[in-house]
Design a protein around this ligand. Structure first.
Ligand SMILES: Nc1nc2c(ncn2[C@@H]2O[C@H](COP(=O)(O)OP(=O)(O)O)[C@@H](O)[C@H]2O)c(=O)[nH]1
Ligand SMILES: [Mg+2]
Ligand SMILES: [Zn+2]
Length: 276
């Protein structure tokens, strides 16, 4: 999209291929005329990125909305915690967005309580209810916001409700691309509230050892544990059962603590095997 708001086609200069730098959705680029009427612009330069997410593949994200259905599909809390760790390590503000609240208000409340007491912002929605416009305005204005989460949780439904693009248009685009209706297979960018909203294909798994995180990054996704820093006997305590650990002072759910320890074990094992 040009700064004036016009959508155009552009192809990257060959130099990016040599530098192994691929233009990514969310990149700010400088373009020039290409002379080719089919693809009239050439990407000349890519501005330095604030951050890059590998999965989903997007750049310069300010806020990541991590969507999770209260049921159908069953919430994958490991995936959620991994995304929270990634956000913290990349300085992206996460917002946990619970969808399909109409299917179980009890489950919604349970998840909202667990994660808001951990220190996260949790928003609930169901497609039959109006979205809170004031909240939407506050979250989106001037920001690049990505939407991530498992397939089928309602990411595309939410994007289309937010941007006002109706389902007919979605179906139409899908048909043109010969893809199943409602199945996002690629990253989609919508200009929204003076910023951008980026819908992404869902994913079912994310391997914590394969996404460039370090052992030290794991705790960043657990603000409840960061709060007890300095209270344990050993300064470098990892809260895995060390003597004098102040874990009982941390207000962390059993599930979150178990996931933290599991991820930490995986990362420690990996660092032993391959070095840092
Ligand atoms: N009951 C209920 N179903 C929803 C809600 N939001 C989305 N869905 C349905 O969930 C299915 C998957 O939605 P979609 O937006 O394609 O999910 P995506 O794969 O995350 O993009 C569709 O059949 C939607 O109609 C909701 O709030 N409540
Ligand atoms: Mg989708
Ligand atoms: Zn400790």
């Amino acid at each position: 999209m040009l700064s004036g708001g016009e959508f155009v086609l552009a192809k990257p200069r060959g130099i990016f291929r040599n530098r192994k730098m691929t233009p990514t959705v969310g990149d700010f680029c400088t373009v020039g005329p290409s002379g080719d009427p089919d693809i009239p612009y050439t990407i000349e330069d890519i501005r330095e990125r604030k951050n890059v997410l590998v999965r989903p593949s997007v750049a310069n994200i300010d806020i990541l909305i991590i969507t999770m259905a209260v049921i159908d599909p069953q919430p994958d809390l490991k995936l959620l915690d991994k995304l929270l760790i990634i956000c913290a390590s990349l300085d992206i503000e996460p917002i946990i967005w619970l969808t399909k609240v109409d299917l179980s208000t009890e489950k919604a409340l349970e998840l909202k309580t667990e994660y808001s007491s951990a220190g996260y912002r949790v928003v609930c929605s169901s497609k039959e209810e109006m979205l809170d416009q004031e909240l939407i305005h506050e979250i989106f204005t001037g920001h690049t916001v990505g939407i991530a989460g498992q397939s089928g949780v309602g990411k595309s439904t939410l994007c289309h409700r937010l941007t006002g693009m109706d389902e007919i248009e979605v179906g139409h685009i899908s048909e043109r691309l010969r893809r199943g209706k409602h199945t996002t297979r690629h990253v989609e960018l919508f200009p929204f509230e003076n910023g951008f909203l980026i819908d992404t294909p869902g994913f079912s798994s994310l391997d914590i050892a394969e996404i460039g995180l370090s052992v030290e990054d794991v705790i960043l996704g657990y603000p409840e544990l960061l709060k007890i820093a300095g209270q344990c006997r050993f300064q470098d305590c990892r809260h895995r059962g060390e003597a004098g650990c102040a874990i009982e002072n941390a207000e962390i759910s059993e599930g979150r603590l178990a996931r933290y320890r599991e991820f930490l074990d995986i990362m420690i094992e990996k660092s032993k095997r391959y070095g840092k």
